[in-house]
Design a protein around this ligand. Structure first.
Ligand code: ATP
Ligand code: MG
Length: 276
């Protein structure tokens, strides 16, 4: 279910509309947590968001505005308490049952007693998929981990472990890849390198990615669109499209073009700039 929407033309032939059909569609999505003391926390409210297939969308917003909550709803770790989320025509539950959601978190969460090769195929295996050895090796090559397949997580740096976590999610062949601050714990140079690698991997695999970050430059560098949420409860305050061509380079990262995007995102976050 990936084709663009079509409309009949005057001569009866279907023509694509300008807007592709949404792959991820959030409609008036909201979530209220019930606290242990009986109190309520409104984490997310009335969120309308469409994401096209193959699009790389980042979510930015102040701490506590509901970014992780939204990712958890998309990944079926939480059910929305208002509105709906649909992904490729399925509910998050249906998509997860079909093993088509990949997730990467701030810490890699590899199993320490398993080799990198075993960690890479772990989720795919758990979901009943067989991953041929050549495929694991090709993924390791893509991730620059080909010489570490027999090593264990503690023998790898934090950045290498994160790459393994990305590979583990990609070997599931997910329809949707959810990434929650995957490079948040890394130093800036390692983060920039992994941004480059993620961009390259994304351009090869063209997964739909929803990426949460606190770094505006990371969001501006990686994304087709950056969605800015307000402070709690999270609402969409800006939706910024970034048209810079792929593959983006280090030169782009330090260009006035990208600086303008970052300034615009900063303005939207602080309420001091135009909203979109
Ligand atoms: N299990 C929970 N029970 C009650 N409240 C929660 C729970 N999880 C999150 N919250 C609250 O919901 C709000 C949104 O949390 P969430 O983790 O989605 O924010 P976030 O945007 O990811 O923040 P950060 O940038 O710090 O990761 C916060 O106010 C948080 O305290
Ligand atoms: Mg979070």
């Amino acid at each position: 279910m990936s084709a663009s929407q079509t409309v009949p033309s005057p001569n009866g032939v279907a023509e694509p509309t300008a807007e592709p059909r949404a792959f991820v569609s959030c409609r008036r999505t909201g979530l209220v947590y019930q606290g242990a003391d009986g109190g309520e926390v409104i984490a997310l409210t009335d969120l309308d968001l469409d994401i096209a297939e193959g699009e790389f969308v980042s979510l930015v917003g102040p701490s506590g505005c509901g970014k992780t909550t939204l990712l958890k709803i998309m990944g079926d770790l939480l059910a929305p308490t208002a509105g709906s989320v649909e992904i490729d025509g399925f509910s998050p539950r249906q998509l997860r049952e079909r093993q088509r959601i990949g997730q990467v978190f701030q810490s890699a969460e590899l199993l320490p007693w398993k080799s990198i090769a075993d960690n890479l195929v772990l989720l795919a295996k758990l979901s009943g998929k067989t991953v041929p050895r050549e495929q694991t090796e090709a993924m390791a090559e893509t991730l620059g981990l080909q010489d570490f397949l027999h090593r264990y997580p503690h023998e790898l740096s934090g950045g290498m472990q994160q790459r393994a976590a990305i590979g583990r999610a990609l070997l599931l062949d997910p329809a949707l890849l959810l990434m929650d601050e995957p490079f948040g714990a890394l130093d800036e140079i390692t983060r920039e390198k992994l941004n480059m690698e993620l961009q390259r991997i994304w351009s090869e695999h063209r997964k739909t990615v929803v990426f949460v970050t606190h770094s505006l430059s990371e969001a501006a560098f990686l994304s087709d669109r950056v969605v800015v949420l307000s402070g709690r409860p999270g609402r969409l305050v800006a939706d910024v499209r970034i048209d810079a061509p792929r593959l983006r380079t280090t030169e782009y990262r330090f260009s006035s073009e990208m600086a303008e995007v970052v300034a615009r995102l900063h303005g939207a976050l602080t309420g001091e700039g135009e909203a979109s």
